[in-house]
Design a protein around this ligand. Structure first.
Ligand code: ACO
Length: 439
């Protein structure tokens, strides 16, 4: 097979042949297509990057039609069932699952950075009591950049790894302190001997009315939820991480930018919307009327549909399984029965079948978080903690890729052609009086 594609420019009747690699042509090859030799050359126009690969990556594979998600070649369901979050984080960062010795070193490297300066605590105390936890998280991660100037040495592997260990170690502390700050509770220091999710729960719930939620089964459920959220290839926040990282801003600043992108309701906030929707539906009897409204375009079935998955989101399947173990401890969150009935009715309805609309990761995650005592305002923060691992792996891949440069898209300019300045804008010609009369 000839791995090329030939394009005919009907304006000039010239033909161009471009090599094809991984079903992709190089956008720069298009620039060879010109009407006149001094033309700029052709570009592709792709708002929202609907069909543009911005990098080559070895981290995450998604087949949206088949509902497949793999990290470094391993199926998400196998990883979630058999591994811990730190093991999968190691895999995503290093490319291979750790040996017992590597795992011990990895845990030690993260634990050593599980602490934050007193100044950071004071910084966080400056937030108002009702500050959104994502706002606190984004700004505090950015503030960490001022504490670790060595992170600016982005080309050094040693410094890259230092920053990676620091961010993975500190992000759950910032998240938990943000929560406690909003509740007026004192900060709980991390406990280094606990598992990653267990320690997060310890910092969230210790010396609080929700102490009983420090439960090993719930910690394992959170560990699984963390695994499911580690990476999802070139989504909006990962793209922000790579774009900011490409300017060689340090990884704390790039992670803050990625977290800011995650904060938007079209990205990390849908699970909160699912809970609101279930509250509004109220009971099973109201589902048919709700579905009718969705089909008439009056509202959306939140937690359904995905830009990439046109089949069941494999993460939603795992989350549904995890829910059962959580409810054995917390008691059944009634919203799960409502959600399952909603799913059953939607998946037997031609509107959803024909549009390939299936539950996504957010359909069940909010229900579990709520059962675990976590408030909707915290949901995006819970997404950011594990996703930081994916952002950092993608950032490191970018920095170490010799083909990458500062991210700088082109535009199609559709504004005015050149035009002269109005006379009144000749420098010095405009008097105070003229300014007054034109306003
Ligand atoms: N409820 C009802 N109809 C829907 C839904 C939904 N949740 N999602 C898509 N559709 C319909 C659209 O109206 C459209 O119908 P039409 O062809 O008759 O016009 C068709 O399905 C195709 O939908 P698009 O909007 O083209 O799909 P797109 O890929 O642009 O959007 C998105 C994907 C944003 C996720 C969308 O499905 C949606 O809004 N879902 C609800 C919000 C949600 O759950 N977001 C979380 C995504 S997962 C994540 O980010 C972690």
């Amino acid at each position: 097979m000839d791995n090329t594609v030939t394009v005919t420019d009907n304006r000039t009747e010239k033909q161009y042949t471009f090599p094809v690699t991984h079903d992709t042509i190089r956008a720069m090859d298009l620039r060879k297509i010109k009407v006149n030799p001094d033309d700029f050359g052709m570009m592709s126009y792709d708002p929202a990057f609907m069909n543009t690969a911005s990098c080559q990556s070895k981290i995450t594979f998604i087949d949206g039609d088949k509902g497949i998600l793999r990290y470094r070649g391993y199926d998400i369901a196998d990883l979630a069932e058999h591994c811990t979050f730190p093991q999968v984080a190691y895999l995503v960062i290093h490319g291979e699952l750790p040996t017992p010795e590597q795992e011990a070193e990895w845990l030690a490297a993260i634990r050593i950075h599980m602490g934050i300066f007193e100044n950071i605590k004071k910084f966080m105390e400056g937030f108002r009591y009702d500050a959104h936890p994502m706002g606190m998280l984004v700004s505090t991660i950015a503030a960490l950049s001022t504490f670790y100037p060595d992170a600016k040495n982005v080309r050094s592997h040693e410094n890259q790894m230092h920053s990676i260990h620091r961010i993975i170690g500190k992000i759950p502390i910032i998240a938990a302190y943000g929560y406690r700050h909003s509740k007026g509770l004192d900060y709980i220091a991390p406990e280094q001997n606990l598992g990653y999710a267990e320690n997060f729960m310890h910092m969230m719930w210790d010396r609080s009315p929700l102490q009983h939620l420090k439960h090993p089964v719930l910690a394992r459920a959170l560990d699984v939820l963390f695994i499911l959220h580690i990476d999802h290839e070139q989504n909006c926040s990962t793209n922000a991480m790579r774009a900011v990282g490409s300017s060689e801003a340090d990884p704390f600043l790039s992670t803050a930018a990625a977290a800011a992108a995650l904060a938007g309701p079209l990205h990390g906030g849908a699970n909160e919307a699912v809970l609101k929707m279930l509250d509004e539906i109220g009971s099973k009897e109201n589902i048919p009327a709700f579905i009718k409204g969705v089909k008439e375009g009056k509202e959306k079935l939140m937690g359904f549909g995905h830009r990439v998955y046109k089949n069941y989101d494999p993460r939603a399947r795992m989350i549904k399984k995890t829910a059962e173990s959580v409810f054995e401890i917390t008691g059944r969150n009634k919203k799960i029965d409502l959600a399952m009935e909603l799913e059953r009715i939607a998946l037997s309805d031609d509107y959803f079948i024909s549009r390939k609309l299936y539950p996504n990761v957010d359909f069940y995650s909010g229900i579990i978080y709520e059962a675990m005592g976590l408030e909707p305002k915290m949901f995006t923060v819970l997404f950011a903690i594990p996703r930081a691992v994916g952002w950092l792996a993608q950032w490191q891949e970018l920095i170490n890729d010799p083909e990458q440069k500062i991210a700088r898209p082109r535009q199609v300019y559709i504004g005015y052609d050149q035009r002269p300045l109005p006379d009144s804008y000749t420098y010095g010609a405009r008097t105070e009086e003229a300014l007054v009369s034109t306003h």
